[in-house]
Write a new protein. Structure first.
Lengths: 337, 337
């Protein structure tokens, strides 16, 4: 976390390396039943007459969280919420979860109870049953603690993939951006004064109802923003074989991010574009759908929806500032390598 | 691994702690569709007209493997094989896998390619499609490497659980015991002379065809032996509300384990009882089913099947030696805490 490494392409290249190896080695027959494979928010399988969504996320002490910053309860919530966010990004409904944890012995008592309380509060809030998993000891007495959560969900009709966007689609985002990053920046300075920022960082809200509604309304492409718009929009645009133009003046910057930028003099637009772990939804929708969504969505869900740009023909990723100046989108956002 | 901690109950108690927390927090409605919950080899869900098997296993550097002992290819094979073994223990058929890895940057090149090769060879051998996952960097430049694999399978009819055994059932095991432990013991002494022992340790064979046949033949209870008979038989007996008696003279000791015991003077029976990571199947079957299986099974599958004892009324776990002397089963076997 403190070692954040602002490179766009390394993890993406790694995933492509794995996908190539799989393609080279997998006989077509073994893929029967697989609809979407490596590279989207969740895997999708055909299972009888149903489509099944399947996702996994690993949280590692020292990479994704620090135990001196986060309490066990918040970590429990977040470890499930980030998986539910992947289900939300397909427009699906979660059903069940497996929890795998590697813990040093000292955390198998009260710490584990608090962790489970947070995990199960999130499970309860989003009707997901914890039905199994695996427990291990950590390699050393002081960790690292590793948490791996896998979630299965269902979907009515077809999932919304990253690849469905078309030139001319409007780009929309739910909620606001940069709040979680503002929390992280304050934690790095041992500043716990901004409760909104900490809440955005520790207790992300999976946009499940929002994702289901957006799928029903026929949006073209969708993903959750886990690594920042500057890192995630290129993935959606690339999968859809489009370019994109972002209207910087319209980015919904989280109030806690604005406060941080006012104190530090950072540029709010760049800050929000690089804001990892927001777990908001990024959507590409045809203009007429987008317009009617912008008129109704926040009334129906209680969650803001904002028009932040367009998909374009070509490959370029462009920022348009308030004066109408165009610049190439900078390489920002969180990469794991 | 070198810190093996021979306590029977710690992980078991931890799983029970989690199960209690889940029970306290889960509304009955959220469990709709769940057939078997926490505590068996895999979770079982009802999904439309199908039953779905779902399992996960985490392998942690310094706990489950050491990179100076194992090569990437063998680790790739094993990380999938141990999950397929859980599917085998229910009598099911694997369909798809998710792979989550946390790697230091230096292992994202050739090392990862070799790992994937081993993983995909196992996937290919058992018709399992790798369809997604999650990639992360390790917390430090030197690791730990963490591998988490989740597998979905299907089953015709009902799965074989741990809890179906009855007093009077014969206890059977596939294959032989102690081979993987012999490999581990030799590695601890930096002795790579016994190829069979190393193969048993690094390349376990999931008993999928065997498990499917045993389910079809109506065995009462089944599990895979990952922590040794001395640790795993109590789990099956406890789940079935039975005691057990093990006929020590009949235990099928792996040739590599026998060689190790002859060299070191260790008792082969105790060695085999404590032999973790054999990934053989432990079965409870009614006597007539057991007898007909013993007559046909190895012809049909190529895998030995051995009668090693009985389930009994009561709770006691008893060893019967060659002279007919009865002793309480010692607390042996691998525990993760």
């Amino acid at each position: 976390m403190e070692n954040r490494d602002w490179k766009l392409d390394a993890e993406y290249a790694l995933i492509e390396r794995i996908a190539r190896a799989v393609q080279a080695m997998t006989p077509p027959s073994a893929e029967a039943g697989v609809v979407t494979s490596i590279g989207d928010d969740t895997a999708v399988l055909r299972w009888g007459n149903h489509l099944l969504l399947w996702t996994v996320d690993m949280l590692i002490e020292g990479v994704h969280f620090r135990l001196d910053w986060t309490d066990a309860h918040a970590l429990g919530w977040k470890s499930l919420a980030v998986n539910l966010s992947d289900i939300a990004a397909m427009g699906g409904t979660p059903r069940a979860a497996l929890l795998t944890i590697s813990l040093p012995p000292e955390r198998t008592g009260d710490w584990l109870d608090e962790f489970l309380k947070g995990f199960l509060e999130c499970a309860h809030a989003y009707s997901t049953a914890l039905i199994g998993g695996d427990t291990n000891r950590a390699p050393c007495a002081d960790g690292p603690t590793v948490i791996d959560v896998s979630v299965l969900g269902i979907i009515e009709g077809l999932p919304v993939l990253r690849q469905g966007g078309r030139p001319g689609d409007w780009l929309l985002v739910t909620g606001s951006l940069g709040g979680s990053r503002a929390g992280l920046m304050r934690l790095l300075q041992n500043d716990r004064s901004d409760v909104d920022a900490l809440k955005a960082h520790f207790m992300p809200v999976p946009r499940l109802r929002e994702g289901q509604l957006l799928r029903q309304r026929g949006v073209h492409a969708m993903m959750d923003i886990s690594d920042g718009v500057a890192s995630d929009l290129p993935k959606l645009a690339h999968a859809s074989r489009c370019g994109a133009q972002v209207l910087c003046a319209q980015l919904p910057v989280h109030p806690a991010a604005l406060r941080w930028c006012m104190e530090t003099g950072e540029d709010p637009v760049r800050f929000a574009l690089a804001g990892g772990e927001d777990y908001e939804l990024l959507i590409a929708a045809p203009p007429e759908t987008a317009q009617s969504l912008l008129a109704e969505f926040s009334m129906q869900t209680g969650t803001p929806l904002t028009h932040i740009g367009y998909l374009t023909a070509g490959e370029e990723l462009i920022l348009q500032d308030e004066q109408g100046n165009l610049t190439e989108m900078p390489t920002l956002g969180w990469s794991h390598f």
